[in-house]
Design a binder for this molecule. Structure first.
Ligand code: SF4
Length: 290
């Protein structure tokens, strides 16, 4: 496929494919259908809670080929059909030229879905290999390069929102990483304005559990492409956070629910950030009441 080729599928084919997709959904087992319903409900709630998608939006869905981004695209396509608000979807895959990347898989799949899509070919693999010493984790530089390319493509496609497949567990892991190693009370925003103010990044799966997404993606037999074809070493700290969260979830699921809820109910006066809460003003008020 030519570089940066935009593929638009005609409307009648789109309707036919989506009808086929709905028919496939109807054949899911009860347990998978329940997960599908849950993911769709949680995604709808997150979109509403954070005002992620509004009328007339052109949403660029970043499809890496992993379970998360496949589930994101599948769910947004469903919500597009059901939501009272009209918005467009264009799927974008970045072919980073990793060895063994099966370049034909996603274009074939996206054609069968009947969704507009765009394949970007850019060799970030060579850059990352050149800059990062052998045996080190390359994901951080890779992600930064990918983000820059996706911002450029979003501008070219006129996308008003950039949707990423991060989910609840990614947010919790990031929260713990910042807490344990970064010295910051900070997670991953469900909605983010880029530094230059030109792009809005959204994470519609923010309320969805990783375990549900994995089960759903496996049941739907999405054509999964592993991210680690590049041979990067796993990020050991993030893996440790994942293990911690999974262990806690098994011991007491309410603990994880509480952690996540805590991020939605912050009390600045009971933390120690002098920029977030004006302790001097409070002291003055306290003096007045003495
Ligand atoms: S595993 Fe490889 S392709 Fe995936 S983010 Fe890390 S460096 Fe990039």
């Amino acid at each position: 496929m030519a570089q940066d080729e935009l593929v638009t599928v005609d409307v009648s084919r789109l309707r036919a494919r989506r009808a086929a997709d709905d028919a496939r959904s109807r054949t899911l087992s009860n347990s998978v259908a329940a997960i599908q319903k849950l993911i769709r409900r949680q995604t709808g709630e997150a979109i509403t809670d954070f005002g992620m998608i509004t009328k007339g939006d052109r949403v660029m869905v970043c499809l890496s080929g992993g379970a998360d981004s496949h589930t994101l695209l599948d769910t947004l396509l469903h919500l597009q059909r059901m939501a009272p608000v009209r918005f467009e979807i264009v799927a974008v895959n970045l072919d980073q030229k990793q060895p063994g990347f099966p370049a034909e898989v996603l274009p074939h799949y996206l054609k069968t879905l009947g969704v507009d899509f765009h394949i970007v070919e850019q060799d970030t693999y060579s850059i990352v290999k050149d800059k990062i010493p052998e045996g080190k984790t390359t994901c951080s530089l890779c992600s930064r390069l990918r983000r820059g390319i996706l911002y450029r493509v979003a501008s070219e496609l006129g996308a008003s929102k950039i949707a990423l497949g991060h989910h609840r567990d990614d947010i919790l892991q990031t929260f713990l990483l910042n807490l344990f190693y970064g010295g910051q009370l900070k997670a991953m925003p469900p909605k983010l304005l880029s530094d230059d103010g030109k792009h809005v990044v959204i994470r519609p799966l923010a309320y969805c559990r990783e375990v549900d997404i994995k089960k759903y993606a496996a049941a739907r037999e999405f054509p999964i492409i592993p991210c680690d074809l590049c041979g990067s070493q796993p990020n050991l700290k993030r893996s440790a956070m994942r293990t911690l969260i999974n262990t806690w979830e098994k011991e007491d699921p309410s603990r994880i629910r509480s952690m996540f809820t805590a991020m939605t109910q912050v009390t600045p006066s009971h933390l120690l950030d002098r920029h977030l809460f004006d302790f001097d003003a409070q002291a003055a008020r306290d003096d007045d009441t003495d």
